[in-house]
Design a protein around this ligand. Structure first.
Ligand code: TRP
Ligand code: ZN
Length: 884
């Protein structure tokens, strides 16, 4: 906990490190009530700087110093200065050795940062600044060192002792035993990892493109050993894909993944020893949904890909976080697109970006992809750094083309292997390899906010000319009022009356060049003039969502219907449907607020019936097209949003779709569920697609309240052999049945799965996110459940997170009880786990987006949190920026 106000760290203050650490030799002595950490650091004055020897400051937090020596000379309290956050001393030679021993208490570490216990297992999480809770060190990513790690623990409780790199020695000493690991690759401390526990593993082999054999091991608690195969398959696919698509080969003889139950995020790319939230590793048909299977595949790939984009080439400082995260998210999303349905992956990613990143960009925590300042770096593992960062890399890919992009990534890895670099270095490699000037493009890294791209058009039949006028702008964000024009790649086509793309010829071109092109919009106002356009086209703009901007073109609803049925780009077909649905949802919301009779535009139903009738469409795409924009997304589109009215509007429109298509859904459900019942569970795209459409059909059909469907839903719940079907049925039952009936269903589910913590997370979140079951009284009951714990982030996300982010009806109750509840939980969490506390606060940071009544209530809760003494730096930063 902080004693004074946290400082702001600025990118403009960056200075190279005074000293470097050539070698780091660590020895851990693990015990039940303490651990001793001995660190021997072989150090030198940074040879890039002058010969003077400034004071050396090593950072350390919550460490009890037992001894420290300089070049084997024990130091006494007069020789150094010790504070809460660091130790300083004066070196006397350019090369020297520091030896220190500290005592820590992993068993009491509830922040899950540094060395901690998850259940009976010891594990670490060092990114971003957790290593300083393990030993005194230069805990910054531009200090890279060769690590050797020895771990000593009791044999019985901790038969497995792991660290980064290769096992080089091991032995026994009575009841205790030890292992020594050596990592040949210099790395920053944030990539250090250690695991000790009673774990089993599945093992496999991978032969790399240069025919080296790599041992692959996934370690889990013994009861989960039957849930590792999917992660292992995903790992092997990732390794092959990175060779084929990026030419990147794995570089150690062993690659290990360990699953832990208590983890702040999804997973961590520690060199050769990835540590995962068990929710991102474990998957088998009976206990994991299709969504979970795909998440495991994506996260395994993400962490594996970091071995090059993050570890071999790392970040100079934490302002460059998106250098590794944006690039790696782009890489994993392309991998997932190749493994499954490319269009569906894009629809999911764009829906996520627009709901969460655009909201962040429009709020008090808005920041550029490369932030200029922060107080607590943990708060900057954001959707802007990850998802917008990935969009920025995707735009480079779009502007350069696949071939030049690959040349750029080859140059980047070759130029910077073993270095800690910046986003500018990444862009420079892309520019140098392609010969395409990216100077203006770099503004995407420094400018926050979501750009608007307003488009108008003109058609002149006489000259057969068509003009598109583009006007870009970007709203002000905190500390950034002036915005400059960005490079916006617009991938587009001109759709003719028959639904086909017309040839595209700019006025200054001799011939038409293709029917789909990418134009870079670079100015605040810019016009494209097209010649030889035989009829007035409908523009299909931003195909595949070629830039993360809000497109404003005044499509009529008839034009949207036309694009929905005809656009050559499947993403834009979906997008037209989303725009049409959004217009209807906004209209119905207005009617509700004004107490008018609700009238739902019949064109939405007409357009959706064309979707059902279109045999060219993939089942997964149909499911996506029947998925309306979420309540959370609609809230972002309406100033001073009335969340209650929006929830009601969404509910009415969904029910209207349900009754309009009851026969179709009923029939579709019978057809698809029959196939599912006859097919063993397979975790592949075509099966994901069928189950998603089957569940959508069931969901809508259940919304009609039909008893027929209720029986079918109960039957699916009781007889399905996989969690995808069972969980979907459970959630429709909980939202559709009377409380007494749904309680019985929930009870039978919890009886069956009480022993499986991840399945119980699903059980918790189905209830916490339910507008029917998830009232505050029920939420309190869930929190009192034996299996709930505020110390386990997955449980916190399953109950508190699901409530505040998905159960918008109850969270935004006009009596303010939802806000007060969340504030209570944030306060309680802050003394246990500040990172999670700050994350849970996110929904309250959006307070200015709501109607005045809600604003006042949300603000009061923010003030109440702010008034607490001893706030963590994490929560302090979010609260103070939110109220500023
Ligand atoms: N680098 C991790 C990733 O792959 C992020 C991460 C994992 C993390 N655990 C963390 C960040 C804890 C902050 C704190 O995205
Ligand atoms: Zn990452």
């Amino acid at each position: 906990m902080r004693t004074d106000q946290p400082k702001t760290i600025r990118l403009s203050d960056y200075q190279a490190p005074d000293y470097l650490i050539k070698e780091t030799h660590l020895t851990f002595d693990l015990h039940e009530d303490y651990a001793l950490v001995h660190a021997q650091l072989i150090m030198q004055r940074n040879p890039e700087l002058d010969a003077q020897l400034p004071v050396l400051t090593l950072v350390g937090q919550e460490l009890v110093l037992e001894r420290i020596a300089l070049n084997d000379q024990e130091l006494t309290a007069n020789d150094y200065q010790l504070t809460e956050t660091d130790i300083s001393l004066q070196p006397t030679t350019a090369e020297f050795t520091i030896d220190s021993t500290v005592r820590i208490e992993p068993q009491n570490n509830t922040a899950l940062e540094g060395l901690y216990k998850s259940g009976k297992m010891f594990c670490t999480q060092c990114e971003a600044e957790g290593f300083r809770k393990i030993t005194y060190y230069l805990d910054r990513p531009d200090v890279m060192s060769r690590f050797t790690t020895t771990i000593t623990a009791e044999q019985q409780g901790y038969p497995v002792l792991l660290s980064n790199g290769n096992l080089v020695a091991s032995g026994e000493e009575g009841e205790r035993h030890w292992t020594t690991w050596q990592d040949p690759f210099p790395k920053p401390a944030y990539l250090f990892a250690l695991v000790a526990g009673d774990l089993w593993c599945v093992e496999d082999k991978f032969t790399t493109m240069s025919q080296r054999e790599v041992t692959l091991r996934i370690f889990v608690e013994p009861e989960n050993i039957d849930k590792c195969q999917h992660a292992m398959n995903s790992l092997k696919k990732s390794m092959r894909w990175d060779e084929q698509v990026y030419g990147r080969e794995y570089d150690l003889d062993i690659f290990m993944i360990v699953a832990v139950n208590d983890f702040n995020m999804g997973a961590m790319e520690n060199k050769g020893l990835n540590i995962f939230n068990s929710s991102c590793v474990l998957a088998k048909a009976q206990t994991a949904t299709d969504t979970a299977f795909q998440r495991v595949e994506g996260v395994v790939a993400h962490e594996y890909f970091h071995n090059w984009s993050g570890n071999r080439v790392t970040c100079r400082d934490w302002f460059q976080l998106s250098l590794k995260e944006g690039f790696t998210v782009f890489r994993d999303s392309e991998f997932s697109a190749d493994m499954n349905s490319r269009p569906v992956k894009r629809m999911e990613d764009v829906a996520f970006l627009r709901t969460h990143q655009y909201a962040e960009d429009a709020g008090p925590m808005a920041h550029p992809v490369r932030p200029a300042e922060y107080m607590e770096i943990s708060n900057f593992y954001t959707v802007t750094i990850y998802e917008k960062g990935a969009e920025v890399v995707r735009m480079i890919h779009t502007l350069l083309g696949a071939e030049n992009f690959r040349k750029g990534s080859d140059l980047y890895f070759q130029r910077h292997d073993g270095q800690a670099v910046t986003c500018d270095d990444f862009v420079a490699a892309m520019q140098d390899a392609s010969g395409i000037d990216l100077t203006q493009f770099k503004r995407w890294y420094s400018q926050a906010g979501t750009p608007r791209l307003q488009v108008t058009d003109e058609y002149d039949a006489a000259s057969q000319t068509y003009k598109l006028h583009f006007e870009q702008s970007c709203p002000a964000t905190p500390n950034q009022t002036e915005k400059q024009p960005l490079v916006i790649p617009v991938k587009m086509g001109l759709v003719g009356g028959c639904g086909l793309d017309m040839p595209i010829q700019l006025a200054d071109e001799v011939n038409a060049q293709g029917t789909e092109r990418v134009f870079a919009i670079t100015q605040a106002e810019q016009t494209l003039t097209f010649s030889n356009v035989p009829q007035q086209p409908i523009p299909s703009l931003l195909r595949g969502y070629s830039a993360p901007v809000i497109l404003q073109y005044n499509y009529s609803r008839d034009q949207l219907m036309f694009l929905m049925a005809n656009d050559n780009d499947s993403f834009n077909r979906w997008e037209a449907g989303q725009q049409l649905a959004l217009a209807v949802l906004k209209e119905v919301t207005e009617q509700i607020i004004n107490n008018q009779e609700v009238q739902i535009d019949g064109r939405l139903i007409k357009a959706l019936s064309a979707v059902l009738a279109d045999s060219r469409l993939d089942q997964a795409v149909v499911a996506q097209m029947f998925t309306l924009p979420s309540e959370a997304y609609v809230i972002e589109q309406i100033p001073e949003a009335d969340a209650g009215a929006i929830c009601k509007a969404c509910d009415l429109v969904r029910k209207h779709i349900a009754t309009s298509f009851y026969e179709e859904f009923h029939e579709l459900y019978l057809e698809l569920s029959t196939i599912s019942a006859q097919t063993p569970y397979i975790a592949e795209a075509e099966h994901f697609a069928r189950r998603s459409l089957q569940n959508i059909a069931l969901k809508y059909a259940m919304l009609t309240g039909s008893e027929d469907m209720e029986d079918l839903c109960l039957q699916q719940f009781e007889t399905a052999d996989n969690m995808t079907e069972r969980l979907a049925a459970l959630s429709y039952l909980v939202n559709g049945l009377s409380r007494a009936k749904s309680d019985a269903v929930l009870a039978s589910f919890s009886k069956e799965f009480a022993h499986d913590s991840l399945v119980m997370d699903l059980w918790f979140s189905v209830q916490a996110s339910s507008p029917k079951a998830g009232d505050l009284e029920h939420l309190r009951a869930l929190m009192a459940h034996d299996l709930f714990s505020l110390k386990n982030p997955n449980k916190v996300r399953a109950v508190i997170g699901a409530f505040a982010n998905q159960n918008l009806l109850h969270f935004h109750d006009d009596n303010g009880s939802g806000y007060a509840f969340l504030a209570d939980q944030v306060i309680a969490l802050d003394s246990l786990n500040p990172q999670i506390a700050a994350r849970m606060l996110t929904p309250l940071t959006r307070w200015r987006r709501f109607k005045p009544h809600s604003q006042a209530l949300m603000r009061a809760q923010l003030e109440r949190i702010k008034a607490k003494a001893q706030l963590s730096a994490d929560v302090f930063e979010v609260i103070s920026k939110t109220l500023a």
